[in-house]
Design a protein around this ligand. Structure first.
Ligand code: PMT
Length: 408
């Protein structure tokens, strides 16, 4: 465990019943844990429970003369090398985002220099509410790292995103995130999955993309501290914890969503298998079968990737190239033609690799300052580990590009 001195803030929510177990798991990893409870948290679990599992008295009030003389909020703020708030209620996130200092937990969060982690837990509508999402965006900009929330059935009977991560998952994610998150304060926009282009109300043109590659890139970017916005075609996947997703249907919908989300984006990664063509006309009613041959007139869809790279303030732009043959040759052409910073080429049409598989291999191509194309091969592995390696290369190239621009 990276953190040896953890202040665990517990706020009011039914998920607080899991927090004593979290204390136990953190201590198993060798961390010393001091617990701070809000008034709301004490409605769900007693301080005595946390005292028993942490081995220390629990801190509940800001202006407690006895506590201040012994181990007050400034001491706690200095003692911590990591602050974790779990569960973090909507109210706690709002207070943290606005810099309130009206109780012990909010005050010590302002006073600490330690990295702050939050594990949100709330009703799914409250999590989706624009006010909560705005607060989360502010907190990410302030360097706060989000662990979760998870999706699933909630105590209130609803289903959706807003469940606190399980204690083991929180400990696991804490162990893997570093305080110097390389993508902290960076916005990464990712397209994933297929698009569908309607022929008539019952038929469409699409492809075999499952979305797994894009979702893995989103998960890996989030783990590196980025604010990740995923724009996804129709797939059967749950968005990774902490990643917000916009669902789209067609290439035109995907373009519209990218255009809306591009502002403030530092890195754009186009893993989506966007349909290249769509029916020139969509029939309003089901096309009836007759026994003559039928043909479909197709027109090109808008090229989302080319649109992004053509913007005056384009982000670092990464395309994918899916090819069945002459992979390197076609990928290099797309790199130049679409004016990309990098392209990740993969061979498709093979069994258990690429489309609709848990595994993939990539070759990355980019142009160096002398105009020569460089390449780096990433061997066949599961898509999450591949995504981590891809992001390593993206970050290196991105840093070089930023340095070059600022040196001009
Ligand atoms: O989803 P999975 O099952 O995990 O499979 C992963 C994958 C094989 C889909 C993925 O690794 C991949 O290769 N994605 C790109 C697929 C593709 O459409 O490649 P392309 O060579 O046709 O397109 C080149 C690039 O232009 C891509 O980045 C694509 O997103 C983009 N594009 C294409 C057409 C279009 N109209 N707009 C675009 O933005």
């Amino acid at each position: 465990m990276k953190y040896q001195h953890i202040v665990l803030g517990v706020t009011g929510g039914i998920a607080a019943y899991k927090s004593p177990d979290l204390v136990r798991r953190l201590r198993e990893q060798g961390a010393k844990v001091r617990v701070v409870m809000t008034q709301g948290a004490q409605q769900f679990v007693t301080p005595l429970t946390f005292q028993a599992v942490s081995g220390h008295s629990v801190h509940t009030t800001l202006l407690d003369a006895q506590a201040e003389s012994a181990f007050g909020h400034i001491d706690l703020a200095r003692w911590a090398d990591g602050v974790l708030i779990a569960p973090a209620s909507a109210q706690a996130l709002a207070k943290l985002a606005q810099g309130f200092a009206d109780d012990l937990l909010s005050t010590l969060c302002l006073a600490t220099q330690a990295p702050i982690y939050v594990a949100p837990a709330m009703n799914q509508q409250m999590w989706k509410a624009p006010a909560t999402q705005r607060n989360c965006q502010l907190l990410r900009q302030h360097g706060v790292t989000f662990l979760g929330p998870a999706e699933g059935a909630q105590a209130c009977g609803e289903t959706g995103a807003g469940r606190m991560l399980e204690p083991l998952d929180i400990v696991e994610q804490l162990s893997h995130t570093t305080s110097a998150s390389p993508l902290a304060n960076k916005k990464v926009l990712i397209t994933a999955g297929p698009t569908r282009e309607d022929i008539d109300p019952v038929r469409f043109i699409s492809n075999r993309s499952s979305g797994r590659m894009g979702y893995a890139v989103a998960q890996a970017a989030h783990a590196l501290g980025a604010e990740v916005q995923l724009i996804s075609g129709p797939v059967n996947l749950t968005p990774p914890a902490g990643v917000s997703r916009i669902d789209v249907y067609s290439a035109q919908d995907m373009l519209n969503a990218v255009q809306q989300q591009l502002s403030g984006t530092d890195i754009f990664i186009a893993t989506a298998a966007v349909a290249d063509y769509r029916p020139a006309q969509q029939a309003a009613q089901k096309i009836k079968k007759n026994n003559t041959q039928a043909s479909l007139e197709l027109e090109p869809t808008p090229d989302i990737l080319a649109w992004v790279s053509a913007q005056t303030k384009a982000p670092f732009t990464v395309g994918f190239a899916a090819e069945t043959h002459d992979v390197a040759e076609y990928a290099k052409r797309k790199l130049a033609h679409k004016k990309l910073d990098m392209i990740a080429a993969n061979q498709v049409g093979l069994a258990d690799q690429g489309f609709d598989s848990a595994y993939n291999a990539l070759t990355l191509f980019w142009q160096n300052p002398n105009g020569l194309i460089e390449e780096h091969a990433l061997a066949l592995t599961d898509k999450f580990h591949l995504a981590q390696q891809l992001l390593e290369s993206v970050m290196q190239r991105y840093q070089k590009k930023i340095l070059t621009i600022s040196a001009r």
